[in-house]
Design a protein around this ligand. Structure first.
Ligand code: HEC
Length: 141
């Protein structure tokens, strides 16, 4: 059983990687962040834990890209409701700062932790999953 095809494939693949054309303008509307392609403009969902797919239905992770919710880029350490996004009054007035402990209790039950938030997400009851998500959020900088 010889894999005679493999070297040829490798050659083909590397031939595609050589272009230094930066023709891709970041002009796409703020929908989903690209799930596969690593981007020079920000982090990629490729390194996100499985649990984060719940968040990714509403949040992009690239800087300045809002979707249903605000971009989560740089959120760890940020004051709540201070990114360029149309927050609810509840979030703007929450007085929270997104350190790990605050994120942990917020993500357990967002609508209980910040009553009136427009993040209509029931929460992530599993502590290990929350930790995986928060550890990923910490990389978004
Ligand atoms: C149904 C859509 C939805 C889902 C799912 C969702 N969010 Fe949100 N999120 C929002 C919206 C909308 C806001 C803005 C809340 C407000 O202004 O009251 C928000 C706000 C936030 C904030 C505050 C950001 C800031 O700049 O202050 C954090 C942190 C956050 N979400 C994290 C998460 C994480 C982590 C998950 C996954 C576990 C998640 N969200 C799932 C919609 C969602």
């Amino acid at each position: 059983m010889r894999q005679t095809l493999a070297p040829a494939l490798l050659l083909l693949l590397s031939a595609c990687g050589g272009g230094s054309d930066k023709a891709e303008a970041p002009a796409e509307p703020a929908t989903q962040a690209d799930a596969t392609a690593p981007s020079p403009e920000g982090p990629s969902l490729a390194s996100a834990p499985a649990e984060f797919s719940q968040c990714a239905t509403c949040h992009a992770i690239k800087p300045g890209v809002n979707a249903v919710g605000p971009s989560l880029f740089g959120v760890v350490g940020r004051k709540a409701g201070t990114s360029a996004y149309a927050y609810s009054e509840a979030m703007k007035n929450s007085g929270l700062t997104w350190d790990e402990a605050t994120l942990d209790s917020y993500l357990t039950a967002p609508m209980k932790h910040v009553p009136g938030t427009k993040m209509t997400y029931a929460g992530m009851p599993d502590a290990a999953k929350r930790k995986a998500v928060i550890d990923f959020l910490k990389t978004l900088k």
